[in-house]
Design a protein around this ligand. Structure first.
Ligand SMILES: O=C[C@H](O)[C@H](O)[C@H](O)COP(=O)(O)O
Length: 228
């Protein structure tokens, strides 16, 4: 699993604070990543204590971890709604996020946007005044070059994400490729998000603008909570 600049204690504090919002009978969206992993483990502890929670995983990795933690799982098709989704971020600036460092952002966006409450868990290395983290864009394999050209036209610098332990590209859980697109500082993330969403062959991008309800940032001695 990808690691980031924050410490495990910071991530755990943020995750455990967010899990306090999980109540008996809830359907919970299970995000992806090293920070959310602490939340999934804490939800597993609730389940072990007899709390009735059903999880909707956002990736192969979150499904696997939730299974290890004996969290009952359901598909999105099987539920009328999601009460709370808990998910990490690669960068947070106000109510806008960049996600997809683990290439899970397409399914994450479906689950996080559908939830009544989307709780973001992060550490201080993720916070910024303005988003500048490269934006992952999941693309159909056949659209790699056309989307890359369109991203360049939008002022971005696209790089095909390569696997670390395989000679070739990262392939998402949906069988697609990822272009990491560096736009520098994004003055208007919502407008950029709309432009990326309009590109033929771009399945989903990692800008989550206006979706989060609460951001929990774990620090060395507590948690900073921002309600949006
Ligand atoms: O695709 C992965 C997700 O969007 C993650 O939630 C994001 O990359 C943050 O992961 P981490 O908590 O490991 O920094």
């Amino acid at each position: 699993m990808k690691t980031t600049g924050g410490t495990d204690d910071q991530k755990r504090r943020a995750a455990e604070a967010a899990v306090e919002a999980v109540e008996d009978g809830m359907v919970v969206g299970l995000g992806t990543g090293s920070t959310t992993a602490f939340a999934i483990r804490a939800i597993g502890d609730l389940v072990a204590d007899g709390v009735d929670v059903r999880g909707v995983p956002t990736s192969f990795a979150s499904r696997e971890l939730a299974r290890e933690c004996d969290i009952p799982l359901v598909d999105l098709d099987d539920v009328d709604g999601i009460d709370v989704a808990i998910d990490g971020a690669d960068q947070v600036a106000g109510d806008a996020l960049v996600k997809g460092g683990g290439a899970a952002h397409a399914r994450e966006k479906v689950v996080d946007a559908f939830a009544d409450q989307f709780l973001v868990v992060a550490d201080p290395s993720k916070t910024a005044d303005v988003l500048s983290h490269p934006v992952p864009v999941e693309v159909l394999p056949s659209a790699r070059t056309t989307v890359a050209a369109a991203v360049s036209d939008l002022g971005g610098d696209p790089t095909l994400r390569r696997a670390e332990r395989k000679d070739g590209p990262v392939v998402t859980d949906n069988g697609n490729l990822v272009l990491d697109c560096d736009f520098g500082e994004m003055a208007d993330p919502e407008a950029l998000a709309a432009s990326l969403s309009a590109l033929p062959g771009a399945v989903e991008h990692g800008i989550f603008a206006g979706l989060a309800d609460v951001v929990y940032v774990g620090t060395d001695d507590g948690v900073d909570v921002t309600e949006l």
